[in-house]
Design a protein around this ligand. Structure first.
Ligand SMILES: Nc1ncnc2c1ncn2[C@@H]1O[C@H](COP(=O)(O)OP(=O)(O)OP(=O)(O)O)[C@@H](O)[C@H]1O
Length: 956
């Protein structure tokens, strides 16, 4: 809970020295009744300040202690709350007197220097200040707590001074000796607080030990005399008493709190104090740190005021966070927890009574007011584990209650079956209806009774008085209508008893744990249960939304990860190139150093379009950028790397393009074979078709050739670029030229689309004819044999597809196959391509690109790996009927009409690789290696060209 900083004002009495100077004391006026102090601003105006305590000259040390309830603060420390008491005011205003209360006298030290020494006397309890009193009280209280036998207490003391913005340990004489040393370091620790490194902390098991520590520290303080104070503190002193306690029953239950007792050095005006030399330097440092302290107080006060305003206006806006310059001085850093932190805090603002200190007093009062506006939030300093356990225990208790409530509702609802609800619903409706009808009945009956009684009366009157001329009042206007008491009560009691009966019935059926429930209770329970169900549903919806959100986020992250991985691989490639270049550079540099022939290198560089800098030679070769005297554009190493990277990418693209072109070409040939399979229509017709396909194949060949040339160019340019690393430069002209040459060839989709269309049409026609594709070839043995046999051992004569051929053609096929299997691969392919496709194998040509060269290798692939061909082959008789249509389909005119329908390039491109079995893949790899070897032996070898024309066998 936030707690304000407590502020007490103390006005010290006039000193003897001041009395002698006849200094007047008229401007300050203490008002005990209102706990306020008035200060005269000028002859007419005064300003009043209100504080927690205002103590005048008569106030004793004991009053100061008692009136500020310092006892309570000590108690808080024992309970585990940090607390701070600090004295603030100008020099000579009585801070040290209030905190310590000891006298100081001049003495000669070991160096025969005049120094101020404290006269410490713990017996004279009357003059003792807050610090000795607090220590005394603390041990008293600890003793009382000890006697309860609940906890074990330990007290530790540390004492430091901040002198000239350096921290010194007043209890560590060795450290103090190094007066001009760096002082102790201030560290920021995990608990969000500053701590002084290597500050000694002494355990004090009794009061005397604590007093000893205090005395030692006080003796080590730096004091000096000046015009305003004969015993002026030249440093800020902080005495810290740490109280730890452990529960006797639960050793994990540890509480630790600190009490800071701070005696600040006073602000001083050099003109008044007349300090010189070292004392003047001290004065500057003191004022500097006090200035920061005032800034901290101001910032915290402003922040506090703003948050108060926001609360008053019940504004939900976030409170603006002011910058609090704690870190600007050692003093404010160490007081971070005390002022605006998690401690209880008391400020003793000291004033000098003399009128001449009017400005200083006004300033002190102003800052004391600001400090009183600051709110701290004291927190019990328990072991976090214990705090967590306590929190969890509370949570468990709360949840147990909830669970019990939920169980009750479940039990109640489980008795409330749908059947019951319907039953009770109708009962209640009935009751309502009954109620209405009975009310109507009662009303009607009442009316009747009224009418009857009136007619009786009127007839009696008539009889008695004769005929009355006065018109009768309309009875319907009279309200309320009177009901016969007997009948009404009878009806009501009837209704009540029926309602009661019904409710009792419900109650008895809804009895829980044997006890009966009243109707009110049932309804209340129902409402509660409904609310609970609604809450559950709502939380369920919220959870679902959250899960959806998280899933979306996850997807996004995955996408980003993918992109990053791609970028990463790109960068890796760049780094690799860069490393290559660098290693080469180092090598080149070494070579150049060993044998530097400038002329030769220049010649070389000219032939390779490398720019050499005449003035600086190759000294500049390793520099990142350089200018040229030859009018060439300059190029950086990074640019070269980028360029190589770009070229590699283009090379990759080119290789892919080559691959796809080859696949297309192969497809065309594959398609060609089935066309030729059945000898219908005529050979001439077939030749025409083949020519047509071959011509489109030729266009592709041209593309392939040009792509090959480009690859060759790339290779040479790449070599040039690599060579150029010698001088780390290359002409922009060369690189531009290389770039132009390497641009990928335009995609000519016409032949390809034609092929796709043909293939699709072919398939469609077949499907139409066959009615359905369910007529699958299911001779597994046969199929497996085919896969295993590759060239020769397959018994073609017995195969179903052989039945599709005329015996002469079959003979031819067998001969060719036998002969080709004995010859080399090329002749076999040629022969096989010319032959009608037998369905057992299909020969494909594929182009591969390895390194800087392209080559073509033959790939063997079984036709049965491709369902459309196997179907086709197995059903040749039926297919023959459609041959005319099929041939027609190869013509561009036909395909143009259907192009849009069948453009599915991706499907065809991926079909082949996916159909390759692992055997075939191995075979391909072997071929690739073989061709690479061949190419390395003969680098001038031109790439093989695709078949441009296919001749049919003469006897076909
Ligand atoms: N309440 C008081 N009753 C009697 N004497 C006092 C009182 N307050 C201060 N004095 C005397 O006034 C003088 C100055 O007081 P003190 O040294 O405590 O001032 P200070 O604010 O600590 O000054 P500095 O900032 O220079 O250390 C001392 O001689 C002290 O004994």
């Amino acid at each position: 809970m936030p707690t304000r900083i407590g502020v007490a004002i103390r006005v010290r009495p006039l000193l003897e020295s001041e009395k002698q100077k006849n200094l007047t004391c008229t401007k300050l006026q203490v008002k005990h009744s209102s706990k306020s102090i008035q200060i005269q601003l000028d002859d007419r105006t005064t300003k009043s300040f209100k504080f927690d305590q205002v103590l005048d000259e008569q106030c004793s040390q004991n009053d100061l202690y008692e009136k500020n309830s310092i006892d309570q603060l000590i108690q808080k420390v024992i309970e585990g709350y940090h607390s701070t008491i600090f004295a603030y005011g100008q020099t000579g205003s009585g801070k040290t007197f209030s905190m310590e209360g000891f006298d100081y006298e001049m003495a000669t030290d070991s160096n025969k220097k005049q120094v101020l020494k404290p006269v410490i006397n713990y017996e004279n309890s009357e003059q003792q200040g807050i610090i000795p009193r607090t220590i005394h009280k603390l041990f008293e209280k600890i003793q009382i707590a000890h006697n309860k036998n609940e906890r074990i207490y330990k007290v530790y003391i540390s004492y430091l001074q901040i002198y000239n913005e350096k921290i010194y340990d007043l209890l560590n004489t060795d450290q103090l000796k190094k007066n001009d040393g760096p002082g102790l370091k201030l560290r920021w620790n995990k608990k969000d607080q500053f701590q002084v490194e290597n500050l000694l902390l002494f355990e004090c098991s009794n009061l005397q030990e604590a007093y000893d520590m205090l005395s030692k520290g006080i003796k080590n303080k730096i004091m000096a005399s000046h015009k305003l104070n004969a015993q002026s503190s030249r440093s800020h002193c902080i005495l810290t008493i740490k109280v730890d306690s452990i529960s006797r029953l639960d050793p994990d239950n540890l509480i630790s709190a600190k009490l800071h007792l701070v005696d600040l050095a006073g602000s001083e005006r050099q003109s008044q104090t007349g300090t010189e030399g070292q004392n003047f330097k001290e004065c500057i440092e003191i004022n500097k740190s006090l200035f920061t302290l005032r800034q901290v107080i101001s910032a915290l006060a402003d922040q506090s005021m703003q948050s108060q305003e926001e609360t008053q206006q019940s504004n939900n806006n976030a409170v603006k966070q002011f910058h609090v310059p704690y870190r600007d001085s050692k003093l404010t850093s160490l007081l971070k927890q005390s002022i605006g932190g998690n401690s209880y805090c008391l400020m003793i603002a000291c004033l000098s009574p003399c009128d001449c200190y009017y400005e200083e007093n006004l300033s002190t009062l102003n800052y004391a007011t600001k400090a009183s506006q600051i709110s701290n939030e004291p927190v019990k300093n328990e072991d976090p584990k214990n705090r967590l356990i306590a929190e969890l225990k509370a949570k468990v208790e709360e949840l147990t209650k909830d669970l019990a409530r939920a169980n009750e509702h479940i039990a109640f609802l489980s008795k409330f079956s749908t059947e019951n609800i319907n039953k009770y619903g109708t009962d209640i409706l009935k009751m309502q209806r009954n109620k209405q009808t009975s009310i109507q009945q009662i009303q009607e009956e009442t009316l009747k009774a009224e009418e009857q009684s009136q007619t009786k009366t009127s007839s009696k009157d008539k009889e008695a008085k004769g005929q009355d001329e006065t018109p009768k009042k309309d009875m319907s206007d009279e309200t309320p209508k009177k009901v016969k008491p007997d009948e009404n009560s009878a009806n009501q009691s009837q209704l009540q008893s029926s309602v009661k009966k019904s409710l009792n019935k419900m109650s008895s059926e809804l009895s829980i744990d044997g006890g009966l429930m009243s109707s009110d209770m049932i309804i209340r329970r129902l409402v509660e249960s409904a609310n609970m169900v609604r809450d559950l549903l709502q939380s369920n919806i919220n959870m679902r939304e959250m899960i959806e959100k998280l899933t979306k986020n996850n997807e996004q992250t995955e996408n980003e990860l993918n992109i990053l991985q791609m970028e990463n691989s790109d960068l890796r490639e760049k780094i690799e190139i860069m490393e290559n270049i660098l290693s080469k550079d180092i090598q080149n540099e070494k070579e150049l150093k060993n044998k530097f022939d400038y002329k030769k290198v220049l010649e070389e560089s000219e032939t390779n379009n490398i720019v050499a800098d005449e003035t600086n030679g190759f000294q500049k070769a390793n520099t990142k950028t350089f200018t040229s005297d030859f009018g060439f554009q300059t190029i950086t190493r990074q640019e070269i790397v980028n360029e190589i990277h770009q070229l590699r990418k283009e090379k990759k693209h080119l290789s892919q393009r080559l691959k796809s072109l080859e696949l297309e070409n192969n497809e065309l040939h594959t398609r060609l074979n089935p066309n030729a399979l059945y000898g219908e229509p005529t050979r001439m017709h077939l030749n025409q078709t083949l020519d047509l396909i071959a011509s489109s194949s030729s266009t592709q060949n041209q593309q392939v050739n040009s792509a090959y040339l480009k690859t060759q160019n790339f290779k040479s340019a790449s070599a040039k670029l690599k060579k150029s690393q010698l001088g780390s430069r290359v002409s922009a002209k060369t690189s531009m030229k290389a770039k132009e040459e390497f641009s990928p060839p335009p995609q000519n989709t016409q032949p390809y689309n034609s092929f796709v269309t043909t293939q699709q049409q072919f398939s469609t026609l077949y499907q139409q004819k066959m009615g359905s594709s369910n007529n699958e070839f299911n001779n597994t043995m046969y199929y497996n044999n085919l896969k295993g046999q590759k060239h020769t051992s397959y018994n073609y004569e017995q195969s179903p597809e052989s039945q599709a051929f005329p015996s002469q053609l079959r003979q031819q096929l067998l001969q060719t196959r036998t002969s080709s299997s004995q010859k080399n691969d090329n002749s076999f392919t040629q022969a096989n391509a010319r032959l009608p496709s037998t369905g057992y194998r299909n020969t494909q040509n594929s182009s591969y690109n390895a390194g800087d060269c392209s080559f073509i290798e033959r790939q063997e692939n079984y036709a049965f790996d491709q369902p459309q061909y196997s179907n086709f082959a197995r059903n040749t008789p039926q297919f023959n009927q459609n041959n005319n249509n099929m041939y027609e389909s190869t013509s561009p005119g036909w395909s143009n009409n259907n192009q849009a329908k069948y453009q599915n390039k991706a499907m065809i491109q991926t079909q082949y690789p996916s159909n390759l079995g692992s055997n075939n893949q191995n075979f391909l790899n072997q071929q690739k290696q073989k061709n690479l070897r061949a190419l390395s032996q003969n680098s001038s070898k031109r790439p093989p060209v695709f078949r441009q024309h296919v001749n049919l066998p003469k006897n076909f």
